[in-house]
Design a protein around this ligand. Structure first.
Ligand code: 6PG
Length: 485
C-alpha cells in the first residue's frame, strides 16, 4: 500500500475543494470523500487532476483506511445535523486518539457539546472557523481552531502552514481556546462582517442616492479609501463591484434585487449579545437591516403611501465624501469595540482565556474582515492586554476625536434627507451613551419603582442599597424583589 494520507477531508463543496488543494500544495497527502460519489470523481478528474497525493475514497471505510494514525478528519459540510450525522458514522470506524475537525460555520454551543461527547469516547475534536471564502481557502484562509487542546499539536503545522500570513510571516491561525471557542470567535468575526458590510452600504446610499455620485465616481472614492485607514478586503471588493458592468453596460449592482440573505451567524451574535446583556448595537442593527431589506414587497407598498424628504444631499462634495469616510471609520471602531466587549463577556462566562491581540492578528489576513485597521487593534492589546474597551485606548481615542464631527454631520445629513443609516447612527448613539457619565436611566428606575415597586439605588447612598418610594401616596410600602437578568 502507498503512502497514507496526512489528513482526510469530507465535503467537496467549494471551500472543501480549495482547502484540499491548499493542503496538497503545502506537501500534505489528503484523502477526500463526498457523500455524492460523483462529486469526488469530478474533483479528481478536474481540479485535482494529476495530483497523486490527493486520494479519493467512495466509502467512509475506505476513506478512514487511507489515513495515517492518529487519523485526522476534517468535515467541510453544512452546519447542523449533517455534522452530527458524519460524526456518528465516523466514530465506529475510529480509534482512541483520532481527531475529527469541523471546519464549517457551526454554532458554538454545538461544538462545545460535540467536543465533550467525543472526549468521553476518547476521540479528539476541534471546531474551527475558516474564513476567506473560496479564494482564502485556496491561497490562505484565516483559521480559528478551538475544542480539545490535546488535538492542537496534531494539526498545528498543517493549519498554520496553509493559513494566510501577515507581513512579518505570522500565520493568521492560532489556538483560540477550549470547547466552542474557535467557532465562537468565527461567529463574532461574521457578526463584525455583517456590520462592516452594512456600514459600507450606508456610505454608498449616502453618496450615491444622497449626493448623486455615479458608480464610476464611487469606484474612485472606494479606491481612495482603500489606500488609507479603511484599507480592507470589503472596501476593495466594493471598489471593484462599482466598476462591474452588466451586459447592457450599466453597473451590475444596480440590477441586483435589494433583498439581503443571511445564514444565521449574525443573528447568533445578536442573540448572544442579548443573552449576556452586552450592547452590540451595530451588529444587531446590521442583522435587522438585512431583515428589513427582505421585506421587499411590504416596502414597495409602503413607499407608495408614506412620504418623506427627497433623498438629496447638497453641499461641498469633497467635504461630504470625506465626512462619510470618517463616519465609516468611527462606526467601525465602535463595532469592533462592541464585538470585543461581547467576546470578553462570553469568555468570562465560559472560562475561556481568549488572547484578544492574537484574535486581531488571526483576522488581520485571509478572512473577510481583513484590514489594516486590525493591526491597530492588535497594537492596542499589545500595549495593554487587559484593555477594558477599545474606545479608551489612546490611539482610538484620538481617531474618534478626529472623526466625531464628520460622523455627526454624516448621520445628520442622512437623517435629514431620509436615508436610513441604522448602523452608523446606532453606533453614534452607543458612543454618546458610553461616554456619558450620567444617562436618563435615573428616570427609568423611577418609573419602574412607580408602577411596580421595583426599587432604585441612590447616588447619595452606597450601591447595592435599594429604596422604594410610595410615589402616589396610595401605593403600599412593600417593594418587589430586585433580581436582575
Ligand atoms: C467567511 C464568511 C463565510 C460566509 C458567511 C456568509 O468568513 O468566509 O463569513 O463564513 O460567507 O457565513 O454569511 P451570510 O450568508 O450570513 O451573509
Amino acid at each position: 500500500m502507498g503512502k497514507k494520507a496526512d489528513i482526510g477531508l469530507i465535503g467537496l463543496a467549494v471551500m472543501g475543494q480549495n482547502l484540499v488543494l491548499n493542503m496538497n500544495d503545502h506537501g500534505y497527502a489528503v484523502a477526500v470523500y463526498n457523500r455524492t460519489a460523483s462529486k469526488t470523481e469530478e474533483f479528481l478528474q478536474d481540479a485535482a487532476k494529476g495530483r497523486d497525493t490527493v486520494i479519493g475514497a467512495h466509502t467512509l471505510e475506505d476513506f478512514v483506511g487511507t489515513l495515517a494514525k492518529p487519523r485526522k478528519i476534517m468535515l467541510m459540510v453544512k452546519a447542523g445535523d449533517v455534522v452530527d450525522s458524519f460524526i456518528d458514522q465516523l466514530v465506529p470506524l475510529l480509534e482512541k486518539g483520532d481527531l475529527i475537525i469541523d471546519g464549517g460555520n457551526s454554532h458554538y454551543p454545538d461544538t462545545t457539546r460535540r467536543t465533550r461527547d467525543l472526549r468521553e469516547k476518547g476521540i479528539l475534536y476541534i471546531g474551527t472557523g475558516v474564513s476567506g471564502g473560496e479564494e482564502g481557502a485556496r491561497r490562505g484562509p484565516s483559521i480559528m481552531p478551538g475544542g480539545n487542546e490535546e488535538a492542537w499539536p496534531l494539526v498545528k503545522d498543517i493549519f498554520q502552514g496553509i493559513a494566510a500570513k501577515v507581513e512579518d510571516g505570522s500565520p493568521c491561525c492560532d489556538w483560540v481556546g477550549q470547547d466552542g471557542a474557535g467557532h465562537y470567535v468565527k461567529m463574532i468575526h461574521n457578526g463584525i462582517e455583517y456590520g462592516d458590510m452594512q456600514m459600507i452600504c450606508e456610505a454608498y446610499d449616502v453618496l450615491h442616492n444622497g449626493l448623486g455620485l455615479t458608480h464610476d465616481e464611487l469606484h474612485e472614492v472606494f479606491a481612495e479609501w482603500n489606500e488609507g485607514e479603511l484599507d480592507s478586503f470589503l472596501i476593495e471588493i466594493t471598489r471593484d463591484i462599482m466598476k462591474t458592468l452588466d451586459t447592457d453596460g450599466k453597473p451590475l449592482v444596480t440590477k441586483i434585487l435589494d433583498k439581503a440573505g443571511q445564514k444565521g451567524t449574525g443573528k447568533w451574535t445578536g442573540i448572544n449579545s442579548l443573552e449576556l446583556g452586552v450592547p452590540v448595537t451595530l451588529i444587531v442593527e446590521a442583522v435587522y437591516a438585512r431583515c428589513l431589506s427582505a421585506l421587499k414587497h411590504e416596502r414597495v407598498a409602503a413607499s407608495r403611501v408614506i412620504s418623506g424628504p427627497e433623498k438629496k444631499i447638497e453641499g461641498d462634495r469633497k467635504a461630504i465624501i470625506e465626512d462619510a469616510r470618517k463616519a465609516l471609520l468611527a462606526s467601525k471602531i465602535v463595532s469592533y469595540a462592541q464585538g470585543y466587549m461581547l467576546m470578553r463577556e462570553t469568555a468570562k462566562e465560559n472560562g475561556w482565556d481568549l488572547n484578544y491581540g492574537g484574535i486581531a492578528l488571526m483576522w488581520r489576513g485571509g478572512c473577510i474582515i481583513r484590514s489594516v485597521f486590525l493591526g491597530k487593534i492588535k497594537d492596542a492589546f499589545d500595549r495593554n492586554p487587559a484593555l477594558q474597551n477599545l474606545l479608551v485606548d489612546p490611539y482610538f481615542v484620538s481617531v474618534m476625536a478626529d472623526c466625531q464631527g464628520a460622523w455627526r454631520r454624516t448621520v445628520a445629513r442622512a437623517v435629514t434627507a431620509g436615508i436610513p443609516v441604522p448602523a452608523m447612527s446606532s453606533a453614534l448613539s452607543f458612543f454618546d451613551g458610553y461616554r456619558s457619565e450620567r444617562l436618563p436611566a435615573n428616570l427609568l428606575q423611577a418609573q419602574r419603582d412607580y408602577f411596580g415597586a421595583h426599587t432604585y439605588e441612590r447616588i447619595d447612598r452606597p450601591e447595592g442599597e435599594f429604596f422604594h418610594t410610595n410615589w402616589t401616596g396610595t401605593g403600599g410600602n412593600v417593594s418587589s424583589s430586585t433580581y436582575q437578568v
